[in-house]
Structures are given as structure tokens and as C-alpha cells.
Design a binder for this molecule. Structure first.
Ligand code: NAP
Length: 239
């Protein structure tokens, strides 16, 4: 397969890129960090350096490829709101990095997927979007937007036989979560995350969520009546 992975210079995306390359696929690993891209190139991966929030640059870069079988749109970030300040600049940064970069990547990669015999688009959301979680006003909203986009694209791209998956990780140990200063139950390694994702992608699952012992708890809690969850959520707020 010819595979494009965004956010491949670090964390989950880097592990996925290395694993797909080791399986013998042609992998295009994208990111901004030049040194990380050079390391991936030294391992034999094809690389592309671009900021995915730059629409013109992204469209121009993707136009160099002739076709893509699998696109995993994984680039993203996480920042938390700390009240009493509701920092709208933080919200803009998170929306730009998570939602806009994904939308731009979709626009850029769709024409290439349409040239594949078995096209597959996978968007990386988060299990954080299952429930309103404290401090996640920006991050949770951005991942809820990605979930909606993936579910809608699954409907709209069906006539073209383009499979669409939504990937919802729980906590994965990466440079991003190393910044967190709160408990991260059932946190798994990037290798485990990559294994879950590649298995789910192979089956073209609509939703790839893991680790199940964590995501099923969140899914069950999401069925609680709203007011009940609000009471539980309030107990999680830092004193
Ligand atoms: N780790 C978790 O527990 C967890 C849980 C749920 C969901 N996720 C999601 O999984 C994805 C990967 O997370 P991670 O933990 O592996 O994070 P990470 O280690 O910080 O990696 C993030 C990647 O995204 C790239 N990126 C960010 N903004 C970009 C931009 N504007 N243009 C191009 N590339 C950009 C980074 O590239 P550069 O470093 O080259 O700039 C980096 O390769 C994210 O979407 C995250 O929200 C993670």
C-alpha cells in the first residue's frame, strides 16, 4: 500500500510510520520537525516537511503524489483550559492544529485516494470526545468535530467506495501526554497503540478505539443522563 501519515515525526504517528514501513509498505511520513524527518528518512521512509495549517503549502505538497491507498490524519495537539481565564487564543490554536489541519489534509488527499483501488481514510480523534471532561473545552470540542467529520464522510464517501475510520485512542505515552500532570488510567505505549490501529485499519473498522478496558468505561458513562454525568464531572475538577 501507499500510505500517508500526518504527525509522523513523534508519538503515535511515528510508531505507525515505522511499523508500516517495516511491513514493506511505501510510507510517506509528514511533519514539521526537520531532524525527526531526517531520522525517518535514514530508516528508508519517504518524508514531507510541511505545516498542515498552511492550506496552499499542503495542497501543493500533496499534488506531487500520484495516488494514496491509506491516509492516516493524525497530526494534532492538546492544550487545556485553566479557568478563571478562558483563553480563546488557546482554543484557536487547538482548533487550527486539530480541526483545520485535518480538513486541509482531507481536501489535499481525497483526489489521491480516488485513484486507489481500495482507498481508506482514517482520522485520529480521541476518546476524550465521548464525554465532557474538565479542562477539555478546546481539546474535547476539536476531537468532537473530527468525530463528526469522520462519521459524515463515512456516509458521503460511501458511493465512491472510500472507507472511513475514526480512531479514538485512550491515553498513550507520547511527548504530548508526558506534559500531563494528572492521572492517566490505562495509559499504553505507542507500540500498543500502533498495533491496535493497524489491526483496526486492516479490518476497515468504522471506529478503532483502545484500550477497550478504558474506552468501554467512557462509552458506558456517556449513556448516563446528562445531569448525573455533570455531578460526576464536577468531582473531577481540581480544587
Ligand atoms: N497520546 C494520547 O494519549 C492521545 C490520545 C488521544 C488522541 N491522541 C491524538 O493522537 C494524535 C497524535 O498524538 P501524539 O500523542 O502522538 O502527539 P505528539 O507526539 O505530540 O505528535 C503530534 C504530531 O502532530 C504533528 N503536528 C502537530 N501540529 C502540526 C501541524 N500544524 N502541521 C503538521 N504537523 C503537525 C507533530 O509534528 P511536529 O512535531 O513535526 O511539529 C507531531 O508529529 C493527535 O491528534 C492527538 O490528539 C493522542
Amino acid at each position: 500500500m501507499k500510505i500517508v501519515i500526518t504527525g509522523a515525526t513523534s508519538g503515535i504517528g511515528r510508531q505507525l510510520a515505522m511499523d508500516y514501513h517495516a511491513e514493506g509498505h511505501e510510507v510517506w511520513a509528514l511533519g514539521r520537525n526537520v531532524q525527526a524527518l531526517e531520522e525517518l528518512a535514514a530508516h528508508g521512509l519517504s518524508t514531507g516537511q510541511l505545516d498542515l495549517t498552511d492550506r496552499d503549502a499542503a495542497l501543493a505538497w500533496f499534488a506531487r503524489l500520484d495516488s494514496v491507498d491509506l491516509a492516516i490524519l493524525n497530526a494534532g495537539t492538546c492544550e487545556y483550559i485553566d479557568l478563571p481565564e478562558f483563553d480563546s487564543a488557546l482554543v484557536q490554536r487547538v482548533m487550527r492544529a486539530n480541526v483545520e489541519s485535518t480538513a486541509i489534509s482531507i481536501e489535499a488527499v481525497l483526489p489521491l485516494l480516488r485513484k486507489s483501488q481500495s482507498p481508506h481514510l482514517a482520522l485520529v480523534g480521541s476518546s476524550a470526545a465521548y464525554l465532557p471532561l474538565p479542562r477539555a473545552e478546546a481539546y474535547g470540542a476539536s476531537k468532537a468535530a473530527i468525530a463528526y467529520m469522520a462519521k459524515t464522510l463515512r456516509i458521503d464517501l460511501h458511493p465512491e467506495n472510500i472507507a472511513v475510520s475514526l480512531i479514538c485512542p485512550g491515553f498513550v505515552k507520547t511527548p504530548l501526554t508526558d506534559l500531563n500532570d494528572f492521572p492517566m488510567p490505562f495509559r499504553i505505549s505507542v507500540q500498543q497503540a500502533s498495533d491496535y490501529i493497524r489491526k483496526g485499519v486492516m479490518k476497515k473498522k468504522a471506529e478503532i478505539h483502545f484500550p477497550k478496558r478504558f474506552t468501554w468505561i467512557l462509552k458506558l458513562l456517556s449513556f448516563l443522563p446528562g445531569p448525573l454525568w455533570t455531578i460526576i464531572g464536577r468531582q473531577m475538577v481540581r480544587k
